[in-house]
Design a protein around this ligand. Structure first.
Ligand SMILES: [Mg+2]
Length: 232
């Protein structure tokens, strides 16, 4: 595969919540006197997020573009996720604690295969970018993790007002680096947002499925799979 620029998704492609969100919420609830099983909280969180996404008005951004809009979204997610277990009396302070925590590198871990892959891509003199659906906190998270400066172009939905899978967010990223779509590859874990979105923009795409046993064309199981795909 012959390309000049590689773009990566961020969440569950380069970094993951560590410990998992359910564990963090359960611990925060415990500090408020509410007892909750972390796995149940995690399930409730995932259901809530999916449900709120479904109900979101067409054409609106999940995380908005400002801190206030992002906080409003997370207020809904956190309140509904915690409701069966207990809602703290000072809910704004509770939300703020979680907001600050997930806005720092402390909440996230970088997958082991990220830095070796990025170093090798740099050795091959490829340009690297990120295309992420994330709120206003992503820059701080990536700086804390030492990832921000490793990428030439970072395109965040909250900054540009477009979210994957809209191909326009990929067009936006491509225009910043002056790369034609056919010379760019996008790598991500979401079939809809990353793979369908990037292909609709005319780019190549690799679907990162870390947990899947079966493969197929265009599927990789670890980030180092990118290196092998480029050699083919
Ligand atoms: Mg992702």
């Amino acid at each position: 595969m012959d390309v000049d620029v590689l773009f990566f998704d961020v969440g569950n492609t380069l970094i993951y919540a560590d410990p998992p969100v359910g564990e963090v919420y359960a611990r925060a609830l415990a500090e408020e006197g509410f007892c909750a099983d972390p796995r149940e909280v995690e399930r409730r969180f995932e259901q809530t997020w999916a449900e709120l996404r479904r109900r979101r008005a067409a054409g609106t951004l999940e995380y908005g573009m400002t801190q206030q809009e992002s906080l409003d979204w997370w207020r809904l997610v956190v309140r509904e996720s915690c409701r069966p277990f207990g809602v703290p009396a000072d809910f704004d302070a509770f939300l703020r604690g979680l907001w600050d925590y997930f806005g720092s590198g402390d909440a996230w871990a970088v997958y082991d295969d990220v830095l070796p892959t990025v170093r090798e891509l740099r050795r091959r003199e490829l340009a690297l970018g990120l295309v992420s659906n994330w709120d206003v906190r992503l820059e701080g998270v990536l700086r804390d993790l030492g990832l921000w400066e490793r990428f030439d172009w970072v395109t965040i939905s909250a900054a540009v007002g477009i979210e994957k899978p809209d191909p326009d967010i990929f067009h936006h990223a491509l225009s910043r680096c002056g790369c034609p779509p056919g010379r760019a590859l996008h790598v991500g874990d979401s079939e809809v947002e990353d793979i369908q979105g990037a292909r609709a923009a005319g780019m190549r795409a690799l679907w990162l499925r870390r947990d899947a046993a079966s493969g197929g064309p265009g599927v990789i199981h670890s980030l180092t799979g990118v290196l092998r795909a480029l050699e083919r």
